[in-house]
Design a protein around this ligand. Structure first.
Ligand code: SF4
Ligand code: SF4
Length: 304
């Protein structure tokens, strides 16, 4: 057994390498503090074997671009067609005909393209180093291979100060791309750097926006809502990293709370739900009762 328990939701980090430098992402900012590597293919197959008996929701990402895994084609093909929800999230730069073919023949049920801008100018303000033209071309390539539309195609658009005005235009913009859904999400500040938080939040977040998860309080960034004395996620979720660490959530990007067995999982869970909770919980919106993502109330022009 690899897992201490079978969670309702599991995130598997396929590769923690990335071609982009997104400013709120520890991977983009090279803060992930773990070895930069791909998940071992045999280990991935063992996880699939363990999970295929259960209806766990699988997310094939954590930090990094999954399609950069050196053995991505056999890895994708090894995913059994047994899960009702198995999604992969990509920044879209490496989607090719070959990769699209491997995905369409795998057990993946959803491909999420992270695109937070409809012009190169807005897109590259956050996706630093990225090319919107390449991503849109690759989205078309994927859709051509997914002609039966067996796999759900989702656009994930993170709302920032610089792209809020584009939200009402998204439906029209993506009309010709055969997408199934556009999810607008508010940003997460994946940082525990008190000094830098305020500056970065002021640069990227729009505090006039209702869906924003944070507010400024006494010159500090804090999530909206009331701090809970427990974590609503910890009973239901696990993250497996490329270096084979099993972690309680993606906020533990340094891999400090490694779950080694069932007994150890209980003590980590008790710690998270105690008054001595880890520092990473301080600014986690989930600890403030927020849902995992905030979705725009349906994007105009898209048929759901
Ligand atoms: S594309 Fe994803 S993994 Fe890469 S830097 Fe951006 S947010 Fe991080
Ligand atoms: S950071 Fe803490 S509160 Fe947030 S999901 Fe992780 S364990 Fe739960």
């Amino acid at each position: 057994m690899i897992l201490p328990f079978i969670p309702k939701n599991i995130q598997i980090e396929i590769s923690n390498r990335c071609n982009l430098k997104c400013p709120l992402c520890p991977c983009g900012q090279k803060k992930a503090l773990r070895e930069i590597e791909d998940i071992e293919f045999d280990y991935f197959k063992d996880i699939m074997k363990e999970l295929e008996k259960y209806d766990t929701k699988i997310q094939l990402w954590n930090y990094g671009e999954p399609l950069l895994h050196k053995q991505i084609i056999p890895l994708l093909k090894s995913i059994p067609k047994k899960f009702s929800e198995c999604s992969i999230s990509t920044n879209g730069h490496f989607m090719s005909k070959e990769y699209a073919e491997a995905i369409t023949s795998s057990g993946i049920t959803e491909v999420i393209f992270a695109i937070d801008g409809i012009t190169q100018e807005t897109y590259s303000k956050y996706r630093i180093g990225g090319s919107l033209a390449i991503v849109l071309e690759n989205l078309k390539i994927f859709n051509e291979l997914n002609y039966n539309r067996d796999i759900k195609v989702t656009i994930q658009f993170i709302a920032f100060k610089h792209n809020l005005h584009e939200i009402p235009l998204l439906g029209n913009f993506f009309k010709s791309f055969s997408v199934n859904e556009i999810k607008v999400k508010s940003a997460m500040l994946m940082t525990t750097d008190e000094n830098n938080d305020l500056e970065i939040a002021k640069k990227y977040l729009s505090f006039n926006y209702d869906g924003e998860r944070y507010k400024i309080d006494n010159l500090k960034i804090v999530p909206k809502g009331n701090f809970l004395n427990y974590c609503p996620l910890v009973e239901n979720s696990l993250v497996i990293t490329t270096d084979k660490k099993i972690l309680p959530c993606c906020w533990d990007y340094e891999g400090l709370y490694q779950i080694k067995n069932e007994k150890n999982w209980i003590s980590i869970k008790n710690l998270i739900n105690s008054e001595n909770y880890p520092k990473m919980c301080n600014k986690c919106p989930i600890r403030y009762g927020h849902i995992f993502s905030w979705d725009w109330d349906k994007v105009p022009g898209i048929i759901y």
